[in-house]
Design a protein around this ligand. Structure first.
Ligand code: 6CS
Ligand code: FE
Length: 318
């Protein structure tokens, strides 16, 4: 389907960009095939992790790397997590997402830009170096955020494929993007850990419905569009089951942009706070959205601030 793009902010010269992953826009809910590789690195290129783990990632669409960061590093991240949460300027920035109902902070975006601690973490070889390998390209941060998922009243993140949103609403052309979620507090079975569906990344889940204007203002609090139909979700879980990603603080959940995931609410007293960095291949930068809405704001989707991540030299991480 050729998708004629008229971005309201640019001159009316329509750009033809093939929409390889059409979704919403009146289409029926269905599973279609992934058209892109999962691991872009050549088979024989030297890998920063064991080869069988690369295979595991390719087959299931995610990997849990336990205890990647030391207790001391985690403590440093947790202090920064708290500092940002208490920062009035950030709370009033209009870029902070508040939990529906409780007024607690749900997410803070652009942490690779507003926090030197998280900027250094985004450039850490253990993360950015691995992203460069898997995507076989230089990488930049498409989006970064802290998800606090506070205790007592932390709300769920309904099932979704990030790529469906990042393609339709942000204009990422191909599945050459991955997320790294660093656990900053204990992610245990009861406090709303990330749930992922193994193998779901190999199907593109076409979603029903349209994209409302300013959708991000509601979707980041409670996502109702760009979510799979019950039937599609059933097909995916019947084939792959559901894995709950638990882990001590300092573990990393690495998942492909198209892996179906979600997380339940958190009514325990224990927050489930994670830092997320979304690494996108420099060759896959956002074009105009594949929907009839203007581009989402810069704090959610890097468009003007695209700079390749300079991966920290090895000695920084010893
Ligand atoms: O819309 C987005 O970009 C965000 N929404 C979710 C639920 N996950 C990815 C991303 O943070
Ligand atoms: Fe997500």
């Amino acid at each position: 389907m050729i998708h004629r793009i008229m971005n309201s902010k640019t001159a009316p010269t329509p750009k033809l960009e093939p929409d390889r992953y059409p979704s919403r826009g009146g289409l029926p809910a269905q599973l279609s095939k992934r058209l892109d590789p999962v691991v872009y690195a050549a088979e024989n290129s030297p890998a920063p992790i064991e080869r069988e783990r690369v295979k595991e990632y390719e087959q299931q669409g995610f990997l849990i790397l336990e205890n990647l960061f030391s207790d001391e590093e985690v403590h440093h991240f947790q202090q920064e997590l708290e500092r940002l949460r208490r920062n009035d300027k950030i709370a009033a920035s209009g870029e902070t997402i508040i939990e529906p109902g409780s007024g607690d902070i749900r997410s803070i975006f652009r942490i690779h830009q507003i926090s030197p601690v998280f900027k250094k973490l985004a450039e850490d070889r253990r993360l950015a170096g691995l992203a460069q390998y898997l995507l076989d390209d230089e990488v930049y941060i498409h989006q970064s955020r802290l998800n606090y998922k506070p205790g007592f009243r932390g709300k769920e993140f309904y099932w979704h494929s990030d790529f469906e949103t990042w393609h339709v609403e942000d204009g990422l052309p191909a599945m050459r993007t991955l997320s790294m979620s660093i656990t900053l507090t204990e992610n245990h079975p009861a406090n709303g850990p990330l749930m992922l569906i193994p193998g779901s990344h190999l199907h593109y889940v076409v979603c029903e419905g349209e994209t409302p204007a300013n959708h991000f203002k509601s979707s980041l609090r409670k996502q109702e569009y760009g979510v799979p139909s019950d039937h599609c979700l059933n097909q995916l879980t019947e084939a792959g089951g559901i894995v709950t990603a638990t882990g001590k603080p300092g573990s990393v959940i690495l998942f492909d942009c198209n892996t179906m995931h979600g997380s339940n609410g958190n009514i325990t007293p224990y927050p489930r706070s994670n830092a997320f960095f979304v690494y996108n291949a420099l060759s896959n930068r956002a074009v105009d959205p594949f929907c009839d809405q203007p581009p989402r704001p810069e704090y959610i989707c890097s468009r003007k601030t695209i700079a390749p991540v300079i991966v920290a030299p090895k000695e920084n991480n010893d």
